[in-house]
Design a protein around this ligand. Structure first.
Ligand SMILES: C[S@@+](CC[C@H](N)C(=O)[O-])C[C@H]1O[C@@H](n2cnc3c(N)ncnc32)[C@H](O)[C@@H]1O
Length: 285
């Protein structure tokens, strides 16, 4: 039993899986159910691509294609190529399955590749690199964060943009961890239902903030309730780096970008005190 992080195991930067735990990225259908109805960020990416008109887009850690596939549909008929890079086998398989359902002309514009975003590069550069859904929080060490930013930089054309999509530190959730003894209340933060199968997914969450590491230790407990009443319960633990806005600026500056925009939500409103999201766009110098 361990809670050591494993930076090199499958590159996922999560806490090592403990006995009895199961990673959500091994269950792409549950991952999608977890995000059922979460289309605010998808609309944001579609709008961003409409405004910026990039010829080549790279989505880092594309997962099950939750963002990639609607993005590809949105540029149908336009000269835009999209690449989704993903590490986990099961997520990649799900993304490929969705791609196979696309009309031929859209399929021709999007491809998925397997690789580690800290190392991967393509033959030709991109105009826009995106990392939706807090993915960069998986990188716990400064070296890995710099590697991720540097790779994004090197995959861009000069003047190209790198968008990082993170969440603002949730101090209210971290407050309980600062008490003596620390407390980790359980909250139900997701309750969704598959409109086709009727399967319901409940997610319980505990957050323990390790202030000295700037890291949140998060435990998700899932209950998947079938129509027949059967319950499939599993636990998914991970550790997330908690980014602060100035630190993100510093990472951009350090790796050859200038910060162009900082948004606090998916409606492209400026970052402010009460913002929940931390979305920053850097432009390669
Ligand atoms: C929060 S999910 C985001 C998926 C997708 N972008 C979305 O918005 O739904 C994070 C994804 O990052 C992938 N991932 C983690 N570390 C990675 C790495 N080093 N290189 C590539 N993908 C990675 C995971 O397998 C997972 O699919």
């Amino acid at each position: 039993m361990t809670d050591e992080t494993t930076p090199d195991s499958a590159g996922r930067q999560r806490a090592a899986t403990r006995p009895g735990t199961d990673a959500i990225y091994d269950r792409p259908q549950d991952y999608d159910l977890e995000h059922e109805g979460d289309d605010e960020d998808v609309r944001f990416y579609v709008e961003l691509v409409r405004r910026l008109r990039p010829a080549r887009v790279l989505e880092l850690a594309a997962g099950s294609g939750r963002v990639t596939i609607p993005l590809a549909r949105s540029v149908a008929g336009q000269a835009v190529d999209i690449v989704g890079l993903e590490l986990a086998d099961a997520m990649l398989e799900e993304a490929e399955r969705k791609r196979a359902d696309l009309p031929a002309e859209v399929q021709a514009r999007v491809r998925f590749v397997q690789g580690d975003l800290r190392e991967w590069s393509d033959a030709a550069p991109f105009d826009l690199v995106i990392t939706p859904c807090g993915t960069l929080s998986h990188f716990l060490t400064i070296d890995d964060q710099i590697a991720a930013w540097t790779r994004a930089h090197d995959n861009l054309t000069p003047g190209g943009r790198f968008l990082v999509d993170l969440t603002m530190p949730d101090h209210a959730a971290y407050g309980d961890s600062m008490r003596t003894p620390p407390r980790t209340p359980v909250e139900i933060d997701i309750d969704t239902q598959d409109p086709e199968t009727g399967v319901r997914l409940l997610r319980y969450k505990t957050t323990e903030y390790l202030a000295h590491e700037q890291r949140a230790r998060i435990r998700f407990i899932y209950d998947k309730l079938g129509r027949d009443g059967a319950v499939d319960r599993y636990v998914s633990d991970f550790e997330a780096h908690v980014y602060y806005p100035r630190e993100v600026d510093l990472l951009f500056r350090l790796t050859g970008f200038e910060v162009e925009h900082r948004y606090g939500d998916y409606s492209m409103r400026a970052l402010k005190r009460t913002s929940r999201a931390l979305i920053v766009i850097g432009r390669r110098r």
